[in-house]
Design a protein around this ligand. Sequence first.
Ligand code: UD1
Length: 430
Amino acid sequence: MEQYAIKGGNPLVGEVEIGGAKNAALGLLAAAIMTDETVTIDNMPDVRDTNVLLQAMESIGTTVNRVDRHKVEITGATINDVVIEDDFIKKIRASYYLLGALLGKYKKAQVVLPGGCNIGSRPIDQHIKGFKALGADVKIAHGMIVAEAEKLVGSHIYLDVVSVGATINIMMAAVMAEGRTILENAAKEPHVVDVANFLNSMGADIKGAGTDVIRIKGVQKLHKSEYAVIPDQIEAGTFMMAAAATKGDVLIKNVIPKHLESISAKLIEIGCEIEESDDAVRVVASRPLSHTHIKTLPYPGFPTDMQPQIAVTLALSSGTSIVTESIFENRFKYVDELTKMGANIKVEGNSAIIDGVSKYTGANISAPDLRAGAALVIAGLAADGFTTVDDIVYIERGYEDFDAKLRKLGAQIEKVTSDKELQKFKLKVG
Ligand code: UD1
């Protein structure tokens, strides 16, 4: 048993340093194997998802040298296999990035078909459509996706849905294809831009990342690079919500405020004060918060990965808010848990209708997935009394030192592994 024990009620106050973006790091790590030279990646978050991807990369022969906690050297020259086994894809979906990277480099890749995930069905038809358009033969056999090509040739590809994963995967497959690729209706998320910038630093010729048309001119080969991952938009947004929900005052450092605009705008709308500087945002929640409506959308819209965290905040704000999830169909699983804490939320189809309450009360709850888990921790921090959050392994997939960072802001939270430790925590915090 590993859980967070929380004694809520303290406003979070102080400064927090945001780490490298998990979702960017996953793309970057896969892309790093595309050269035989050694690539150095800094500002890597030390979280379970990136560590599992590194293991998957090692399983096919990649040399991984951890220089320090946040810096890694990757050498793809030692790769001796193009098959990614079941274990890794089960643990992290993003090992499918190795499909694009291996196909782009070796013209052959075999990865277990990613199964459904607990936020809804997540097809990969757009990834496959892109690989096929580049000339690969893609088959699904025995639960594996097998992609192979004599040669890859640039193509004009129009994505039917805006997909971060498909955009990054197709970009990787196309960088060393012959000729030009035009990818339309591409995702514009900051991590798409980061992967494009990284590939360009390795000698690729990618233009337009961050707009919905990406143009790629194939190059013969890629070379070494030293690169630092961008700050994590979602980790930053999560601390912004923690500040708001606990009526706190938090300076969130090492961020790109532009990436946080959709989140800042909503917090201002409900009554928070936001101060932006070059690489920090300060969130002050000194007044009672009010309601708003949210609809998740691809970037620059409001991120689906922030939907549970803002719902937790809105459920403590006066009036009725409606949160509509338009990216994933099963992303309200935290609502039952939040109801145990006194929230008043009704889910109808892909919308949650939230009637704000004045407080939460502590309860024993479980994290249903990564972001919802973080949101429930925020609820615990805002609640009266004790909360325990189970299944924190989900949270550790994407947040480095989450409890330690929160403690630095005055939160009473500890990771406990037994009943005895839980009792000790309760005695300590009263
Ligand atoms: C990435 C993020 C995830 C985030 C999501 C949306 C990573 C590792 N994960 O996930 O945290 O929640 O973007 O911002 O970066 N779709 C298809 N066919 C496809 C691909 C996607 O129909 O081939 C649909 C999905 O079901 C979903 C939508 O497109 O409804 C967006 O998915 P996508 O952007 O691909 O999400 P991921 O890349 O899996």
